[in-house]
Ligand binder design. Structure first.
Ligand code: UN1
Length: 496
């Protein structure tokens, strides 16, 4: 019998008031029941928000360096449990163990980075235009912060959101993705073991409709941080708009690698394989388009296809496996549909893959083939839409200008990359590609926690997570004027 996991509310592990549960199964082997989780409702969300609101009264007054120390301990504890957490993550999500170790490491990095931020969180002091007057700006917390997180980075993304929120003095209610609640349960246990006060972090599992919706609409939740689809992001934005509550949105991508005629082709192929098929293509930053200069198009394509065909697909717990399954049956079906669209509607040239992997152990999981379409053109559906699976489109281009134009020809703006040996090409692309993240001679994936993460256009709403910039999501500015002149001093008037 699989373990039953409960919600974490006010420092206690509680069953949902609904009495309902849902199953979480291993996408590489659906006979493997990972756990049973609470199928919660608005009532549970209400309890979690109440606990967070109560805990906020004290947590906001804990000195930020102390909050930072706790987060440092969270990092140490995550490190201690890294292997166990990563193994369980592969089991519930499917991506290969090397990558889940990276996912856990990203949460550790974030904890260390923000532990230090507890002693910084810089404001400004400025001279006054008056005599005997002091002024400064400082960050203040918002209150209860709500987090709605995706399944593709089951602990890294919760850490990107919760760690900065906590250091700023907010308290948190998180709704994990229904495919990956165990990783967030593990995260909550780490907080608990590090002695976080009851109610400072809370977790409610369940569906978007029954948990996500009440969380985003509750007026006590002062900021909602969401990562997921553009459609749900729009809904979060609308839910917060009427009360002017803050929201931070991190949504889709249709990221491109540009390969110029002077590129090191083998290096570019490495990047296209890693960016296209790493995490089974289920990254917001996945390299789902590769735009290749016509002079090296054939050479690149031949090598790329050869490498994709050699990828070992299977259960991500086996160290030698390169690519795991899709996270779920429905995600697999979406990807299979795009493969059909590529073949039949877009009529792109299928170079390899194009379907589901079947036979033997594959029949127990949601495995798709590494798939490459060539001669893809702007206007085709597979050029435009985010697929979130093991499908890469290769697009020919005439020169750098054409490549940049095609790279920018998308409603999204998360990540992009260029492979070139020409520094002029590289800087022109850095300037003219309109994305939040850009790589030179590296793939579209691989962001580090101390730089801002996020995108332009339909990818985001102007915010960034990670980096020092995440502080802006989870705090507000207060400007403070201290007049020690003992008399009325009127700004803009008395100093003229
Ligand atoms: C995502 O693409 O969904 O940049 C997150 C990376 C990781 C995070 C990716 N550090 O590849």
């Amino acid at each position: 019998m699989a373990d039953v996991y409960r919600n974490f509310i006010g420092g206690r592990w509680l069953e949902s008031k609904t009495g309902e549960t849902f199953e979480n199964r291993n996408p590489a082997n659906t006979d493997d029941l990972v756990g049973i989780f609470q199928d919660s409702s608005a009532e549970d969300v209400d309890a979690a928000i109440s606990a967070a609101a109560e805990a906020y009264k004290k947590w906001r007054l804990v000195p930020a360096p102390k909050r930072g120390e706790l987060l440092y301990n969270v990092g140490l504890k995550l490190l201690e449990k890294k292997e166990e957490i990563s193994q369980q993550m592969t089991r519930e999500m499917g991506k290969v163990i090397k990558e889940t170790r990276g996912d856990t490491q990203e949460a550790i990095d974030m904890s260390y980075l923000y532990a230090g931020e507890g002693r910084r969180m810089f404001g400004h002091t400025t001279p006054s235009e008056m005599e005997n007057k002091f002024q400064m700006s400082m960050r203040i917390p918002l209150g209860v912060a709500g987090m709605i997180t995706p399944w593709n980075f089951p602990i890294a993304i919760p850490a990107w959101k919760m760690i900065p929120a906590l250091v700023c003095g907010n308290t948190c209610v998180i709704k994990p993705a229904t495919y990956t609640p165990l990783s967030v349960v593990n995260f909550m246990k780490v907080f608990e073991e590090c002695g976080i006060p009851p109610g400072v972090v809370n977790m409610v599992t369940g569906s978007g409709k029954n948990v996500g919706e009440p969380l985003m609409t509750d007026k006590r939740v002062m900021v909602v941080s969401f990562t997921g689809s553009t459609d749900i992001g729009r809904r979060v934005s609308e839910a917060c708009a009427s009360d002017f509550r803050h929201c931070h949105l991190e949504m889709g991508g249709k990221n491109a690698i540009m390969v110029m005629d002077d590129a090191k082709i083998d290096l570019a192929v490495d990047g296209a394989i890693w960016g296209g098929f790493g995490t089974t293509g289920q990254r917001c930053t996945a390299a789902s388009r590769v735009i290749v200069h016509k002079k090296v198009y054939k050479e690149f394509l031949d090598k790329f296809v050869q490498r994709a065909e050699a990828l070992k697909v299977g259960n991500g717990l086996e160290e030698s496996v390169d690519m795991g399954p899709a996270v779920s049956e429905s995600q697999m079906n979406t990807v299979l549909e795009y493969m059909e669209i590529g073949k039949n509607t877009d009529k792109a040239r299928l170079m390899c893959g194009g379907g589901r992997l079947t036979g033997g152990d594959y029949d127990n999981g949601w495995f798709t083939e590494p798939t490459i379409f060539a001669d893809v053109e702007p206007g085709m559906i597979i050029f435009k839409e985010e697929i979130f699976g093991s499908v890469v489109s290769v697009i020919p281009c005439d020169d750098l200008d054409d490549a940049i134009q095609k790279c920018n020809d998308t409603i999204y703006g998360l990540s992009a990359a260029i492979y070139t040996q020409d520094v002029n090409n590289a800087f022109k692309a850095i300037r003219d590609v309109y994305t939040g993240i850009f790589y030179v001679n590296a793939s579209t994936i691989g962001a580090e926690v101390h730089l801002p993460f996020g995108g332009t256009k339909h990818t985001g709403n102007g915010h960034r997570e990670a980096g020092v910039q995440a502080l802006d999501v989870f705090s507000e500015w207060r400007s403070v004027y201290v007049d020690f002149s003992g008399k009325l001093q009127r700004a803009q008037i008395d100093n003229q």
